[in-house]
Design a protein around this ligand. Structure first.
Ligand SMILES: [Zn+2]
Length: 182
């Protein structure tokens, strides 16, 4: 059943065949809300700004843009809660496969050594929510560090087997976090 919808809200996939020759820009943020439920597992309730442009280039499509957001993670050095800024810029290609690949779903391949990453899809519907989700997941550093001034100090002490009771750390008291158990 088709209800009358305007094309902006809740629209997270793009029909590539319908793109104008000069391409189209898509912007998402927490206020517009289209991607909130798609990203909550990665960024919780943090704000985000996502800017994506898709442009036809012959038989392929160029997808460029940037993602700015934050995530809550645990510092890999001192173990405290920390906000990690995520700033991801991308310039990739979307390739529509005319033949169905073995696995039958979109894949994301490519390496820095082989030119731009390619997103292979089997139809002309491109899922921006999935694309953005994957980019944020990939942008997450494997060993996040909080950057607090005493982070290295705590790390060194911890490496020498000295435990810092986190309640006694004065820097934590104005952190707003009341987590005291571990
Ligand atoms: Zn730290």
């Amino acid at each position: 059943m088709r209800t009358s919808t305007t094309r902006s809200t809740e629209r997270t996939s793009v029909n590539l065949k319908q793109l104008p020759d000069q391409g189209e820009q898509f912007q998402f943020n927490q206020g517009s809300g289209e991607l909130n439920r798609h990203l909550v597992d990665l960024i919780g309730s943090h704000a985000y700004n996502i800017d994506v442009t898709i442009r036809p280039q012959g038989n392929v499509y160029e997808i460029t843009g940037r993602i700015d957001t934050e995530m809550d993670r645990i510092c890999s050095h001192c173990g405290r809660d920390t906000h990690l800024p995520i700033h991801d810029e991308f310039s990739e290609l979307i390739v529509v496969m005319t033949e169905r690949p073995r696995a039958g779903h979109s894949g994301h391949t490519g390496s820095l050594l082989e030119g731009p990453s390619c997103n292979y899809i089997t139809g002309h519907e491109f899922d921006l929510a999935e694309f953005v989700h994957e980019h944020i997941a990939l942008a997450e550093p494997p060993h996040p560090q909080c950057g607090r001034s005493d982070c290295d100090e705590i790390f060194k002490l911890a490496n020498r087997g000295i435990k810092i009771p986190i309640d006694f750390n004065p820097l934590l008291r104005d952190n707003g976090s009341s987590k005291k158990e571990s």
